[in-house]
Design a protein around this ligand. Structure first.
Ligand code: GRF
Length: 189
């Protein structure tokens, strides 16, 4: 049995899609959903999905081994970031080399880095007059959005696109490809 921990800071729609994708797979389970945000929508989703969840604060994440120890106790094989807003600390990075992945709602290396999240990304893509955008699934390192890319999928930016409808089409791509990419990464562990 391969075990996944999902980290999310917000709504958690990707986290839910991932949980659904693996729900009837006997070899893979989403064992825990972790968040830094007590008000994150992902917490309600976790309880509805019957997945154990945990809220942590900045101090325990960056200045203790508490979170690492929980991941170890649960025998987590892969860490999946899905809208998680904080950098992953050194202790977790070194314990999970090539076992932490993220999804970014643009074609990295463009439109990545600190401050490039959610609507900021789509606003920047539209303002720059890009004709295409997409998703990037990548390994996580100590910098925002800079780890090695695993998979990218493109879509067209339409003439009348607003950040909202671009975001919605990007989400559809994410739902389709993130779970499959996770499955692929798990087979290579
Ligand atoms: C997604 O667009 C993802 O690419 C980005 O954050 C967003 C999370 O959305 N990293 P949700 O919380 O899964 O709905």
């Amino acid at each position: 049995m391969k075990k996944i921990a999902v980290f999310a800071s917000g709504n958690g729609s990707n986290a839910e899609q991932i949980a659904h994708f693996f729900s009837d797979n006997n070899d893979v389970e989403v064992s825990i959903i972790l968040t830094n945000n007590l008000k994150a929508g992902v917490l309600e989703r976790a309880s509805r999905l019957n997945i154990h969840s945990l809220v942590f604060d900045r101090k325990s994440f960056y200045h203790t081994d508490n979170i690492l120890n929980i991941l170890k106790e649960k025998n987590i094989d892969l860490i999946v970031l899905a809208g998680f807003m904080w950098l992953v600390p050194h202790n977790i990075l070194t314990h999970y080399p090539n076992r932490i992945i993220n999804i970014h709602p643009a074609l990295l290396p463009k439109y990545g880095g600190k401050g490039m999240y959610g609507h900021h990304v789509h606003e920047a893509v539209i303002a720059a007059g890009e004709t295409k955008s997409g998703i990037s699934i990548h390994y996580v390192n100590e910098k925002y959005d800079e780890g090695q890319v695993i998979l990218q999928k493109e879509l067209k930016v339409l003439k009348n696109d607003t950040p909202e409808n671009l975001a919605s089409r990007i989400h559809e791509l994410e739902y389709e490809y993130y779970p499959k990419a996770i499955e692929q990464v798990l087979t290579e562990l």
